[in-house]
Design a protein around this ligand. Sequence first.
Ligand SMILES: NC(=O)c1ccc[n+]([C@@H]2O[C@H](COP(=O)([O-])OP(=O)(O)OC[C@H]3O[C@@H](n4cnc5c(N)ncnc54)[C@H](O)[C@@H]3O)[C@@H](O)[C@H]2O)c1
Ligand SMILES: [Zn+2]
Ligand SMILES: [Zn+2]
Length: 346
Amino acid sequence: MPKMKAVAKTRPAPGAEIIEMEIPRPGPDQVLAKVLATSICGTDLHIFEWNEWAQNRIKRLPQVMGHELCGEIVELGAQVKNLKQGDIVSAETHIACGHCYLCHTGNGHICVNGSIFGVDIDGVFAEYALVPAANVWVLDRRIPKDFASVMEPLGNAVHTVLAGEIAGNRVLVTGCGPIGLMSVAVARLCGATTIIATEINEYRIGLAKKAGADLVLDPKTDKVVERVLEATEGLGVDVVLEMSGNPTAIIDAFAALRPGGRYSILGIPDKPMEIDLGKHIVFKYATVQGINGRLMFSTWHKTTRFLSSGRLDLEPLITHRLPLVEYEKGMELMKRGDCGKILLYP
Ligand SMILES: NC(=O)c1ccc[n+]([C@@H]2O[C@H](COP(=O)([O-])OP(=O)(O)OC[C@H]3O[C@@H](n4cnc5c(N)ncnc54)[C@H](O)[C@@H]3O)[C@@H](O)[C@H]2O)c1
Ligand SMILES: [Zn+2]
Ligand SMILES: [Zn+2]
């Protein structure tokens, strides 16, 4: 049996290992993709570091890490009709069952029987990866191959930005990790008229300006709520896009939201947190919504159009390109936050 190299979590402890394993063969509804590139997500760092969330969530070891894919289809399962060898693909990482209430009602992204690449099943930090055919997204030829793996986190940003009114609105993006940065860029493209971003990492503050933020605040030195109110005639922003998962950022953003505003939350706090529901949501008449994953597949269509039209350029946000075997260096950069998106090449 031919073998391949993969970066796998092998033990319930910090770190990962390069292992040799058999190249898997696709089941009837799967394809085998040769991995051309992959990118590192915050989730991968959590699994690598083996934080509390990973300890509770990962049930299966050893497991190949990674879920953000740019691949070329090299083999099709017997039942797969809509794809062909040679297709360059990205992949939706929420694997839906297709028959639960949520799947039936167009909400496959929150399928009750759902599983996730690189979390519940082998991922894509490898030379080859299996992908359920239903999760394959064929890359529009006009989109640079290097953007393919980034389409998944970009989809999180697109989903969040477009989850309510955005054109003509003043927007606060809290947290400028890769997804916050992409949210700034997408909000700008969609006609937000003022974009204020917050971030604590110097390198990412620079990237937020590049991505098109009008004002970037650092909560370590700036009084965020005051500055946002100043910039909005004391009213507050129309829209908050929460991309940090940081409790202080989350509370401050409620104070910086105008009455009747939209507050869309993608960021995930490490643990439960307290919030004054009456003050921040009820009396503020705020619309608060959680955002999970990407709509399958309307978000992917929109993300494709943003990229294929050339109107959205991800290049400034891809800050590092490394061989897959240097994944530890990538994890280190991610940990420090001195990066945008990091691509790994097998
Ligand atoms: N809901 C979903 O489906 C989904 C999917 C992917 C990621 N996420 C979550 O979305 C968030 C963004 O993802 P990411 O990959 O860009 O994560 P990330 O961790 O790279 O980015 C978070 C950023 O917030 C910054 N930050 C920390 N404290 C801050 C503060 N007080 N004020 C302002 N900024 C602060 C950090 O420096 C970092 O740059 C994360 O919380 C992640 O867990 C959610
Ligand atoms: Zn991801
Ligand atoms: Zn389902």
